[in-house]
Design a protein around this ligand. Structure first.
Ligand code: 2AM
Length: 179
């Protein structure tokens, strides 16, 4: 059976708490669970065992030095002209772009089809649908979201299990950055 994979950074507890604090005041939003919060570096999608193993191995070569990230602001993505998700943004970080670039190259070396979409760093907070109330008030209330910097010292290869109650994200391999 293929594995649905992605590579992400897991924010620490105090950052997850800050994100959870924003999860109110929007009727009809499907808020992410605490254990679902992550910053995707590379969505891989369905991979059969040999490719999945090669990806897991290739990612071992990605070992930049640890760096800091901080939350900055909120936003939304649209699909078919309608708000589809809410997210928290990150302060611009060259180190984050560099990490995503190295992860992308490692995935390609393992045999993944190149990602053509531009990397848009975000942490999804909620999924929305046509019955969600207008998001303008929520965006205005949380637009000044900021956090202290947190140290990023690892990234994770996740397997996504799709279920009726939402996706379950299972950490498969944790990759420590250079110490
Ligand atoms: P999202 O949070 O903005 O939806 C696991 O699905 C992770 O991979 C999510 O963080 C999701 O981003 C991201 N992702 C990127 N491209 C995706 C795609 N085509 N399908 C599903 N998830 C995708």
């Amino acid at each position: 059976m293929p594995h649905r994979l992605f590579v992400a950074i897991r924010p620490p507890e105090q950052i997850r708490d800050a994100l959870i604090d924003t999860m109110e005041g929007l009727e009809g939003a499907r808020w992410q669970g605490e254990d679902q919060l992550h910053l995707t570096l590379r969505f891989i999608g369905e991979a059969e065992a040999p490719l999945a193993n090669d990806i897991a191995e290739s990612l071992c070569t990605v070992r930049p030095a640890p760096f800091a990230l901080s939350l900055k602001g909120v936003g939304h993505f649209e699909r078919r002209g309608r708000p589809h998700s809410l997210w928290a943004g990150l302060s611009p970080s060259r180190n984050l772009l560099d990490l995503a670039d190295r992860v992308e190259k490692a995935c390609r070396r393992a045999g993944c089809t190149p990602e053509t979409r531009r990397f848009a760093p975000h942490i999804t907070i909620a999924r929305l649908n046509s019955s969600t109330e207008p998001i303008g008030g929520w965006i205005a209330n949380h637009g000044d979201l900021r956090s202290d910097p947190w140290p990023v010292d690892a990234f994770i290869l996740y397997e996504s299990h799709l279920g009726a109650g939402g996706s379950l994200y299972e950490p498969v391999v944790r990759y420590q950055l250079k110490s």
